[in-house]
Design a protein around this ligand. Structure first.
Ligand code: UDP
Ligand code: MG
Length: 320
């Protein structure tokens, strides 16, 4: 009996990518034609407002292997990827950005590792072409995060990766509301290979991430794995209580011994302001966790679908 070919699903989140989608489709299909696989491309329109949906609809008509899901509004990249992963039914899924910052050529390397029995293949980019300061911040962040978290995050690893069916099903069985998928991919385990590539600068369209969003995303990463930040709060609390106690003994002792009454606004003010600040941060940390519990208990879906189009049709034009 003839063995069927490997089925690969490409999951592509798109948010206002009107200019990049046609080019992406062209490049990717060219690459996939060279690989000995059957494939489908699942575009997820994340509530775009620039007509990306119309372009995707056109693509599904022109190419039988293209499907698209359109979310009812912008739910964010994480949700868009999740929507795609849930709908993909290949033996392996490759997640890619629509802006061609993820070189389609790497698909071959990913497939090679997958065929060799690897469950996950992660593409890690160098940081060439990114700002110095940003690179430095990223480095510090990953150092910190890897100290704090139970899972290890790779600096430069993006969403560009291949994930095999077994690992994907494991990933989809995690139902938490706040998803920090970079961490979740590592958390589920399975065999993982890292491949490196040179960073590509976006040629058209604009990045959907600003500094504020990246900062929030970074905080999500720290908060969504364990309660170590809360622990840290306790330690800092202990530390300052100890300092306060020592300082108290010292001043009382000094007063008893020498009897001088020295004015102390400066120390007093510093202590009040400093401790006030620390308390605020700690309250914030507690609040952040409480907020997460609040979102989890609501059990809202991660995304809502407006429409989908395109049939599941493996072997659309394969000659069997
Ligand atoms: N994206 C999305 N929803 C969003 C933001 C981004 O689906 O709310 C998609 C976007 O269309 C792109 C990918 O996620 O395909 C990566 O986004 P972007 O290129 O803006 O991020 P960067 O490469 O700058 O990190
Ligand atoms: Mg990009």
């Amino acid at each position: 009996m003839e063995e069927r070919r490997l089925r690969i699903s490409l999951v592509v989140p798109c948010y206002n990518e009107r200019e990049t989608v046609p080019c992406f489709h062209r490049e990717v299909t060219r690459e996939l034609a060279l690989a000995d696989v059957d494939y489908e491309i699942v575009f997820v329109d994340d509530g775009s407002s620039d007509g990306t949906r119309e372009i995707l609809r056109g693509l599904t008509q022109a190419d039988k292997r293209v499907r698209f899901i359109s979310l009812s509004r912008n739910f964010g990249q994480e949700a868009a990827i999740l929507a795609g992963l849930k709908s993909a039914d290949g033996d392996a899924v490759i997640i890619m950005d629509a802006d061609l910052q993820h070189p389609p050529k790497l698909i071959h390397t990913m497939l090679k590792h997958f065929r060799a029995g690897c469950d996950q293949v992660v593409a890690r980019r160098t940081r060439t072409g990114e700002g110095r300061l940003y690179t430095l911040a990223a480095r510090v962040y990953y150092k910190l995060v890897n100290r704090l978290l139970d899972v290890h995050l790779l600096d430069g690893a993006s969403e560009f990766r291949l994930i095999g069916r077994t690992a994907l099903d494991a990933l989809l069985s995690l139902e938490e509301y706040s998803r920090f998928s970079r961490g979740l991919f590592t958390w589920i385990g399975f065999d993982q290979v890292v491949i490196d590539y040179e960073n590509v600068v976006r040629t058209s369209g604009a990045s959907k991430w600003n500094l504020r969003k990246r900062f929030d995303y970074g905080l999500d990463g720290i908060m969504s794995f364990n309660n170590k930040p809360l622990r840290l709060a306790i330690y800092i609390g202990f530390f300052f209580t100890a300092i306060a106690a020592l300082y108290m003994f010292w001043t009382v002792g000094e007063a008893i011994l020498t009897g001088v009454d020295s004015p102390g606004y400066t120390t007093l003010l510093t202590a009040i302001v400093g401790l006030g600040g620390i308390q605020m941060v700690m309250l914030g940390i507690i609040g952040e966790y409480l907020g997460r519990v609040y979102y989890e208990t609501k059990r809202r879906p991660h995304f809502l679908i407006r429409e989908h189009d395109g049939e599941r049709s493996w072997n659309a034009d394969s000659t069997t």
